[in-house]
Design a protein around this ligand. Structure first.
Ligand code: HEC
Ligand code: HEC
Length: 175
């Protein structure tokens, strides 16, 4: 008798446990405003690695660390760099969708146009449009502050003397 009660209790419990693991399906990420909310973990990882590689920074350039808990708070918007990055994402998507649809049409008429060139296929149009023609790397080339002036101006006649070398750039802030 006692045994059967135990078995029933175990059965009921396991049904509840099973439901807890299957029916409650919280979105994996909490604070996505540009990327698709249901983006896969692999999709998000590859976007974030595109950011770190393009700017030559680590995750903590944009994300805050909770010192007490000793872990990163990726959902937090506390760092201005993250907010700028979000605007940069919108800018890149805007450039690609506004201008490159037509540019692509013209390019496709050129003999050397490679229609098979590898295109990003992960997780939705916003990612595709952010990582197509103009990407973070196009401007940043491994630098959070991309240069706006070419290294040397062209001059008619003899070259002027070289200016003294600028001091080396400050190392990327790490905090
Ligand atoms: C250049 C800035 C930048 C860098 C560097 C960066 N991220 Fe992000 N990250 C963002 C932005 C912006 C978002 C929010 C995107 C949105 O709103 O769609 C985000 C979102 C996330 C999220 C989702 C958080 C949530 O729950 O909403 C995770 C997880 C994450 N990043 C992890 C990482 C990891 C891991 C690294 C290092 C490999 C990294 N990020 C590097 C800018 C950055
Ligand atoms: C069209 C060129 C261009 C593209 C594309 C671009 N950026 Fe930028 N970004 C800039 C310029 C210019 C600045 C200003 C740099 C400075 O402070 O001198 C900047 C600044 C930033 C900053 C702030 C740096 C700081 O610490 O002040 C972040 C973060 C950033 N970009 C992230 C991104 C990310 C992420 C992408 C891709 C989604 C991206 N950018 C795409 C041109 C670009």
């Amino acid at each position: 008798m006692k045994k059967s009660i135990l078995i029933i209790t175990t059965c009921v419990l396991s049904v509840f446990l099973f439901q807890a693991f299957t029916t409650s399906n919280p979105p994996m990420f909490k604070n996505l405003k540009v990327l698709p909310k249901d983006i896969s973990k692999d999709g998000l990882d590859s976007v974030m690695h595109h950011f770190t590689a393009s700017l030559g920074v680590k995750c903590n350039y944009c994300h805050v660390r909770m010192e007490a808990e000793r872990k990163m708070d990726f959902a937090s918007d506390a760092k201005p760099e993250k907010l700028i990055a979000r605007k940069m994402m919108l800018m890149s998507i805007g450039i690609n969708t506004t201008y490159f649809k037509e540019i692509e049409e013209e390019m496709s008429k050129k003999k050397d146009f490679d229609s098979t060139a590898e295109k990003i296929t992960i997780d939705g149009d916003s990612v595709k449009n952010m990582l197509s023609y103009v990407t973070c790397f196009t401007c940043h080339h491994g630098d959070p502050h991309p240069q706006t002036k070419p290294p040397m101006e062209h001059h008619e006649g003899p070259m002027p003397p070289m200016p003294p070398a600028p001091p080396p750039p400050a190392p990327a802030q790490s905090k």
